[in-house]
Design a protein around this ligand. Structure first.
Ligand code: SAM
Ligand code: SF4
Length: 345
Protein backbone atom coordinates (compact mmCIF):
# COMPACT_ATOMS: atom_id res chain seq x y z
CA UNK A 1 0.00 0.00 0.00
CA UNK A 2 1.18 3.52 -0.79
CA UNK A 3 1.41 5.92 2.10
CA UNK A 4 1.14 9.63 1.79
CA UNK A 5 4.48 11.32 1.01
CA UNK A 6 5.73 12.98 4.18
CA UNK A 7 5.04 16.67 3.83
CA UNK A 8 8.21 18.68 3.30
CA UNK A 9 6.39 22.01 3.26
CA UNK A 10 7.39 23.00 6.78
CA UNK A 11 11.07 22.31 6.04
CA UNK A 12 11.57 23.79 2.62
CA UNK A 13 11.08 27.39 1.60
CA UNK A 14 8.30 27.60 -1.03
CA UNK A 15 10.70 29.21 -3.45
CA UNK A 16 14.29 28.01 -3.78
CA UNK A 17 16.56 30.36 -1.90
CA UNK A 18 19.50 28.21 -2.93
CA UNK A 19 20.15 26.71 -6.31
CA UNK A 20 22.53 24.03 -7.46
CA UNK A 21 25.63 25.59 -8.95
CA UNK A 22 28.82 23.55 -9.13
CA UNK A 23 32.45 24.61 -8.74
CA UNK A 24 32.69 25.26 -12.51
CA UNK A 25 29.67 27.57 -12.50
CA UNK A 26 27.31 25.06 -14.11
CA UNK A 27 23.72 25.18 -12.86
CA UNK A 28 22.16 21.79 -12.24
CA UNK A 29 18.47 21.94 -13.07
CA UNK A 30 17.90 18.43 -14.40
CA UNK A 31 17.83 15.14 -12.51
CA UNK A 32 17.54 11.62 -13.84
CA UNK A 33 16.11 9.28 -11.28
CA UNK A 34 16.25 5.52 -11.62
CA UNK A 35 13.32 3.97 -9.78
CA UNK A 36 14.31 0.34 -10.19
CA UNK A 37 17.28 -1.76 -11.28
CA UNK A 38 14.90 -4.44 -12.55
CA UNK A 39 13.83 -4.91 -16.12
CA UNK A 40 11.80 -7.27 -18.26
CA UNK A 41 14.52 -7.12 -20.95
CA UNK A 42 18.21 -8.03 -20.76
CA UNK A 43 19.70 -5.90 -23.54
CA UNK A 44 23.15 -7.21 -24.41
CA UNK A 45 24.88 -3.82 -24.04
CA UNK A 46 23.15 -3.04 -20.75
CA UNK A 47 22.90 -6.20 -18.67
CA UNK A 48 24.51 -9.58 -18.25
CA UNK A 49 22.32 -12.57 -19.07
CA UNK A 50 22.10 -13.54 -15.41
CA UNK A 51 21.51 -10.54 -13.21
CA UNK A 52 21.15 -10.33 -9.47
CA UNK A 53 18.85 -7.49 -8.58
CA UNK A 54 18.82 -5.53 -5.35
CA UNK A 55 16.65 -6.65 -2.46
CA UNK A 56 13.55 -4.45 -2.09
CA UNK A 57 14.68 -2.71 1.13
CA UNK A 58 17.86 -1.49 -0.58
CA UNK A 59 15.84 0.31 -3.20
CA UNK A 60 14.22 3.70 -2.58
CA UNK A 61 10.52 3.39 -1.87
CA UNK A 62 8.27 5.36 -4.19
CA UNK A 63 7.55 7.71 -1.27
CA UNK A 64 11.30 8.30 -0.88
CA UNK A 65 11.59 8.93 -4.63
CA UNK A 66 8.79 11.50 -4.42
CA UNK A 67 10.37 13.19 -1.41
CA UNK A 68 13.74 13.39 -3.16
CA UNK A 69 12.23 14.90 -6.28
CA UNK A 70 10.36 17.44 -4.19
CA UNK A 71 13.59 18.50 -2.47
CA UNK A 72 15.46 18.81 -5.78
CA UNK A 73 12.63 20.88 -7.25
CA UNK A 74 12.80 23.18 -4.22
CA UNK A 75 16.48 23.65 -5.11
CA UNK A 76 15.65 24.86 -8.60
CA UNK A 77 15.49 21.61 -10.55
CA UNK A 78 12.87 22.03 -13.26
CA UNK A 79 13.30 18.85 -15.28
CA UNK A 80 13.03 15.28 -14.02
CA UNK A 81 13.55 12.15 -16.08
CA UNK A 82 12.32 8.90 -14.60
CA UNK A 83 14.29 5.91 -15.77
CA UNK A 84 15.61 2.55 -14.62
CA UNK A 85 15.98 -0.44 -15.19
CA UNK A 86 12.57 -0.41 -16.70
CA UNK A 87 10.62 2.19 -14.70
CA UNK A 88 7.22 0.94 -15.85
CA UNK A 89 7.72 -2.54 -14.39
CA UNK A 90 7.90 -1.01 -10.91
CA UNK A 91 4.63 -1.68 -9.12
CA UNK A 92 2.60 1.51 -8.59
CA UNK A 93 5.04 3.60 -10.64
CA UNK A 94 2.04 5.57 -11.86
CA UNK A 95 1.49 6.90 -8.32
CA UNK A 96 4.96 8.46 -8.43
CA UNK A 97 4.30 10.11 -11.79
CA UNK A 98 0.98 11.46 -10.52
CA UNK A 99 2.59 12.77 -7.34
CA UNK A 100 5.56 14.53 -8.87
CA UNK A 101 3.50 15.61 -11.88
CA UNK A 102 1.71 18.02 -9.52
CA UNK A 103 4.83 19.72 -8.13
CA UNK A 104 5.00 23.47 -8.58
CA UNK A 105 8.25 24.45 -10.25
CA UNK A 106 8.64 21.22 -12.18
CA UNK A 107 8.32 22.14 -15.85
CA UNK A 108 9.26 18.89 -17.49
CA UNK A 109 8.46 15.43 -16.29
CA UNK A 110 9.87 12.98 -18.82
CA UNK A 111 10.37 9.24 -19.06
CA UNK A 112 12.74 6.75 -20.65
CA UNK A 113 11.22 3.33 -21.21
CA UNK A 114 11.69 0.20 -23.28
CA UNK A 115 8.06 0.55 -24.36
CA UNK A 116 6.95 -2.91 -23.23
CA UNK A 117 4.30 -1.56 -20.83
CA UNK A 118 3.19 1.47 -22.81
CA UNK A 119 0.24 -0.15 -24.47
CA UNK A 120 -1.36 -0.34 -21.03
CA UNK A 121 0.11 2.75 -19.39
CA UNK A 122 0.67 5.49 -21.99
CA UNK A 123 -2.60 7.35 -21.45
CA UNK A 124 -2.33 7.30 -17.64
CA UNK A 125 1.23 8.59 -17.86
CA UNK A 126 0.16 11.42 -20.11
CA UNK A 127 -2.70 12.26 -17.72
CA UNK A 128 -0.23 12.23 -14.81
CA UNK A 129 1.77 15.02 -16.44
CA UNK A 130 4.50 13.21 -18.38
CA UNK A 131 5.35 15.56 -21.22
CA UNK A 132 7.84 13.69 -23.33
CA UNK A 133 8.83 10.10 -23.64
CA UNK A 134 11.89 8.27 -24.97
CA UNK A 135 11.35 4.73 -26.15
CA UNK A 136 14.32 2.43 -26.77
CA UNK A 137 14.19 0.41 -29.99
CA UNK A 138 17.34 -1.13 -31.41
CA UNK A 139 15.91 -3.15 -34.28
CA UNK A 140 12.78 -3.45 -36.40
CA UNK A 141 13.47 -7.09 -37.11
CA UNK A 142 11.60 -9.21 -34.53
CA UNK A 143 14.26 -11.92 -34.36
CA UNK A 144 17.09 -9.47 -34.04
CA UNK A 145 15.11 -7.48 -31.51
CA UNK A 146 14.75 -10.63 -29.45
CA UNK A 147 18.47 -11.35 -29.77
CA UNK A 148 19.48 -7.87 -28.60
CA UNK A 149 16.98 -7.64 -25.75
CA UNK A 150 17.21 -11.39 -25.00
CA UNK A 151 13.56 -11.42 -23.87
CA UNK A 152 11.73 -8.59 -25.65
CA UNK A 153 8.83 -8.80 -28.11
CA UNK A 154 9.12 -6.20 -30.88
CA UNK A 155 5.37 -6.27 -31.57
CA UNK A 156 4.54 -5.30 -28.03
CA UNK A 157 6.93 -2.35 -28.19
CA UNK A 158 5.50 -1.24 -31.54
CA UNK A 159 2.01 -1.33 -30.04
CA UNK A 160 3.41 0.70 -27.13
CA UNK A 161 4.70 3.33 -29.58
CA UNK A 162 1.25 3.56 -31.18
CA UNK A 163 -0.36 3.93 -27.73
CA UNK A 164 2.09 6.73 -26.90
CA UNK A 165 1.23 8.51 -30.15
CA UNK A 166 -2.49 8.24 -29.40
CA UNK A 167 -1.98 9.51 -25.84
CA UNK A 168 -0.66 12.79 -27.28
CA UNK A 169 2.72 13.37 -25.59
CA UNK A 170 4.43 16.62 -26.61
CA UNK A 171 7.26 14.61 -28.04
CA UNK A 172 8.18 10.98 -28.62
CA UNK A 173 11.75 10.01 -29.37
CA UNK A 174 13.21 6.63 -30.17
CA UNK A 175 16.57 5.77 -28.62
CA UNK A 176 18.77 3.37 -30.55
CA UNK A 177 22.11 1.98 -29.44
CA UNK A 178 23.94 0.99 -32.61
CA UNK A 179 26.46 -1.84 -32.40
CA UNK A 180 28.82 -2.71 -35.18
CA UNK A 181 27.95 -6.02 -36.81
CA UNK A 182 24.77 -6.31 -34.76
CA UNK A 183 22.31 -3.61 -35.88
CA UNK A 184 24.38 -0.84 -37.49
CA UNK A 185 22.87 -1.81 -40.87
CA UNK A 186 19.47 -0.67 -39.57
CA UNK A 187 20.29 2.99 -38.98
CA UNK A 188 18.53 4.09 -42.18
CA UNK A 189 15.46 1.90 -41.73
CA UNK A 190 15.08 3.06 -38.13
CA UNK A 191 15.27 6.69 -39.29
CA UNK A 192 12.72 5.97 -42.04
CA UNK A 193 10.45 4.39 -39.43
CA UNK A 194 10.76 7.50 -37.22
CA UNK A 195 9.97 9.73 -40.21
CA UNK A 196 6.90 7.64 -41.09
CA UNK A 197 5.73 7.83 -37.47
CA UNK A 198 6.47 11.60 -37.32
CA UNK A 199 8.62 11.14 -34.24
CA UNK A 200 12.29 11.83 -33.39
CA UNK A 201 15.15 9.39 -33.04
CA UNK A 202 18.54 9.47 -31.30
CA UNK A 203 21.44 7.20 -32.02
CA UNK A 204 23.47 6.44 -28.92
CA UNK A 205 27.06 5.29 -28.90
CA UNK A 206 27.55 2.31 -26.62
CA UNK A 207 29.09 3.23 -23.28
CA UNK A 208 31.41 0.94 -21.33
CA UNK A 209 29.14 0.73 -18.28
CA UNK A 210 29.20 -2.63 -16.51
CA UNK A 211 30.84 -5.86 -17.59
CA UNK A 212 28.95 -7.47 -20.49
CA UNK A 213 29.53 -10.55 -22.66
CA UNK A 214 31.09 -8.77 -25.65
CA UNK A 215 34.05 -6.49 -26.31
CA UNK A 216 32.84 -2.91 -26.23
CA UNK A 217 35.65 -1.88 -28.54
CA UNK A 218 34.71 -4.28 -31.33
CA UNK A 219 31.01 -3.40 -31.20
CA UNK A 220 31.62 0.33 -31.04
CA UNK A 221 29.86 2.19 -33.81
CA UNK A 222 30.77 5.82 -34.19
CA UNK A 223 28.09 8.44 -34.66
CA UNK A 224 30.29 10.11 -37.27
CA UNK A 225 29.87 7.01 -39.48
CA UNK A 226 26.16 6.79 -38.73
CA UNK A 227 25.65 10.42 -39.69
CA UNK A 228 27.45 9.86 -43.00
CA UNK A 229 25.28 6.87 -43.75
CA UNK A 230 22.06 8.76 -43.03
CA UNK A 231 23.24 11.67 -45.15
CA UNK A 232 23.59 9.32 -48.13
CA UNK A 233 19.78 9.26 -48.29
CA UNK A 234 18.53 12.30 -46.37
CA UNK A 235 19.37 15.97 -46.18
CA UNK A 236 20.22 16.70 -42.57
CA UNK A 237 20.61 20.23 -41.27
CA UNK A 238 22.45 20.79 -38.03
CA UNK A 239 20.20 22.32 -35.42
CA UNK A 240 21.27 24.67 -32.66
CA UNK A 241 18.95 22.89 -30.20
CA UNK A 242 20.73 21.53 -27.17
CA UNK A 243 19.62 19.88 -23.97
CA UNK A 244 22.87 20.65 -22.15
CA UNK A 245 23.64 16.97 -22.57
CA UNK A 246 25.60 14.79 -24.94
CA UNK A 247 23.04 14.97 -27.76
CA UNK A 248 23.45 16.98 -30.92
CA UNK A 249 20.41 17.37 -33.16
CA UNK A 250 19.84 17.50 -36.90
CA UNK A 251 16.62 18.21 -38.76
CA UNK A 252 15.66 15.89 -41.59
CA UNK A 253 14.60 18.01 -44.59
CA UNK A 254 10.92 17.79 -45.57
CA UNK A 255 9.98 15.77 -42.50
CA UNK A 256 8.93 16.45 -38.91
CA UNK A 257 11.74 14.29 -37.59
CA UNK A 258 14.87 15.34 -35.76
CA UNK A 259 17.83 13.01 -35.42
CA UNK A 260 19.96 13.18 -32.30
CA UNK A 261 23.43 11.77 -31.89
CA UNK A 262 24.42 10.97 -28.34
CA UNK A 263 28.18 10.67 -28.23
CA UNK A 264 29.21 10.09 -24.65
CA UNK A 265 32.82 9.59 -25.70
CA UNK A 266 33.06 13.17 -26.78
CA UNK A 267 34.00 15.60 -24.04
CA UNK A 268 32.38 18.51 -25.84
CA UNK A 269 29.24 18.50 -23.77
CA UNK A 270 30.74 18.32 -20.29
CA UNK A 271 31.19 22.11 -20.10
CA UNK A 272 27.43 22.61 -20.34
CA UNK A 273 26.42 19.60 -18.23
CA UNK A 274 23.28 20.54 -16.28
CA UNK A 275 22.37 17.16 -14.79
CA UNK A 276 22.97 14.69 -12.02
CA UNK A 277 21.76 11.12 -11.65
CA UNK A 278 20.21 9.33 -8.73
CA UNK A 279 20.27 5.56 -8.62
CA UNK A 280 17.45 3.43 -7.30
CA UNK A 281 19.58 3.05 -4.15
CA UNK A 282 19.55 6.78 -3.60
CA UNK A 283 23.14 7.35 -4.70
CA UNK A 284 23.60 10.78 -6.19
CA UNK A 285 26.10 10.47 -9.04
CA UNK A 286 27.50 13.76 -10.17
CA UNK A 287 28.68 12.42 -13.54
CA UNK A 288 27.67 9.34 -15.54
CA UNK A 289 31.29 8.39 -16.22
CA UNK A 290 32.79 9.03 -12.79
CA UNK A 291 32.51 7.44 -9.41
CA UNK A 292 31.91 10.60 -7.37
CA UNK A 293 28.71 10.09 -5.43
CA UNK A 294 26.80 10.95 -2.30
CA UNK A 295 24.56 8.44 -0.52
CA UNK A 296 21.20 10.04 0.03
CA UNK A 297 19.32 7.00 1.33
CA UNK A 298 20.66 7.21 4.92
CA UNK A 299 19.68 10.87 5.05
CA UNK A 300 16.18 10.04 3.86
CA UNK A 301 15.77 7.20 6.32
CA UNK A 302 17.48 8.76 9.36
CA UNK A 303 15.56 12.04 9.04
CA UNK A 304 12.07 11.12 7.91
CA UNK A 305 10.60 14.47 9.00
CA UNK A 306 13.48 16.83 8.33
CA UNK A 307 14.77 17.58 4.85
CA UNK A 308 17.58 19.89 5.94
CA UNK A 309 20.32 17.20 6.11
CA UNK A 310 19.30 16.08 2.62
CA UNK A 311 19.34 19.65 1.33
CA UNK A 312 22.77 20.27 2.88
CA UNK A 313 24.19 17.10 1.33
CA UNK A 314 22.82 17.93 -2.11
CA UNK A 315 24.13 21.50 -1.94
CA UNK A 316 27.59 20.39 -0.84
CA UNK A 317 27.70 17.66 -3.52
CA UNK A 318 28.07 20.46 -6.05
CA UNK A 319 31.68 20.86 -4.89
CA UNK A 320 32.55 17.36 -6.15
CA UNK A 321 30.80 17.41 -9.52
CA UNK A 322 33.72 16.60 -11.81
CA UNK A 323 34.69 18.65 -14.82
CA UNK A 324 34.12 15.77 -17.21
CA UNK A 325 33.98 12.05 -17.67
CA UNK A 326 36.59 9.49 -18.60
CA UNK A 327 35.53 6.68 -20.91
CA UNK A 328 38.20 4.59 -22.58
CA UNK A 329 37.03 1.69 -24.73
CA UNK A 330 40.48 0.10 -24.90
CA UNK A 331 40.58 -0.65 -21.20
CA UNK A 332 40.33 -4.31 -20.26
CA UNK A 333 38.17 -3.37 -17.25
CA UNK A 334 35.06 -1.26 -17.71
CA UNK A 335 35.75 2.38 -16.85
CA UNK A 336 32.71 2.31 -14.66
CA UNK A 337 31.72 -0.93 -12.99
CA UNK A 338 28.06 -0.15 -12.48
CA UNK A 339 25.55 -1.02 -15.18
CA UNK A 340 23.47 1.63 -16.91
CA UNK A 341 20.39 -0.08 -15.46
CA UNK A 342 21.75 0.73 -12.02
CA UNK A 343 22.66 4.36 -12.67
CA UNK A 344 19.71 5.03 -14.95
CA UNK A 345 20.14 5.96 -18.59
N1 SAM B 1 14.71 0.48 -19.67
C1 SAM B 1 14.59 1.77 -20.22
C2 SAM B 1 15.06 1.82 -21.64
O1 SAM B 1 15.67 0.86 -22.12
O2 SAM B 1 14.80 2.83 -22.29
C3 SAM B 1 15.28 2.86 -19.41
C4 SAM B 1 16.62 2.55 -18.86
S1 SAM B 1 17.90 2.28 -20.05
C5 SAM B 1 19.28 2.02 -19.01
C6 SAM B 1 18.09 3.91 -20.69
C7 SAM B 1 18.83 4.03 -21.99
O3 SAM B 1 20.16 3.64 -21.78
C8 SAM B 1 18.30 3.16 -23.11
O4 SAM B 1 18.03 3.97 -24.24
C9 SAM B 1 19.41 2.20 -23.38
O5 SAM B 1 19.46 1.85 -24.74
C10 SAM B 1 20.62 2.97 -22.93
N2 SAM B 1 21.76 2.14 -22.55
C11 SAM B 1 21.81 1.12 -21.67
N3 SAM B 1 23.08 0.64 -21.54
C12 SAM B 1 23.83 1.39 -22.38
C13 SAM B 1 25.20 1.39 -22.71
N4 SAM B 1 26.07 0.55 -22.17
N5 SAM B 1 25.63 2.32 -23.60
C14 SAM B 1 24.77 3.21 -24.16
N6 SAM B 1 23.47 3.25 -23.88
C15 SAM B 1 23.00 2.35 -23.01
FE1 SF4 C 1 16.29 -3.00 -19.62
FE2 SF4 C 1 16.56 -0.59 -20.69
FE3 SF4 C 1 18.71 -1.97 -19.90
FE4 SF4 C 1 17.38 -2.81 -22.01
S1 SF4 C 1 18.45 -0.85 -21.83
S2 SF4 C 1 18.07 -4.09 -20.30
S3 SF4 C 1 15.33 -2.28 -21.51
S4 SF4 C 1 17.14 -1.20 -18.61
Amino acid sequence: MINKVPSTKQNIPAKASQTLIDQFGRTVDYIRLSITDRCDFRCVYCMAEEMTFLPRNEVLSLEECARLVKVFVSLGVSKVRITGGEPLVRKNALWLFETIGKLDGLNELVLTTNGSQLEKQAQDLKNAGVKRINISVDSLNPERFKKITRTGELDKVLRGIQAAKLAGFENIKLNTVLMRGVNDDEALSLLDFAIAQKIDISFIEEMPLGDVDHSRESSFCSNTDTLKMLQSKHTLTASAETTGGPARYWRVANTETRVGFISPHSHNFCESCNRVRITCKGELYLCLGQEDKVDLMPLLRDHPENDQPLIDAILSSMAIKPKGHDFDLKRAEPAVIRFMSHTGG
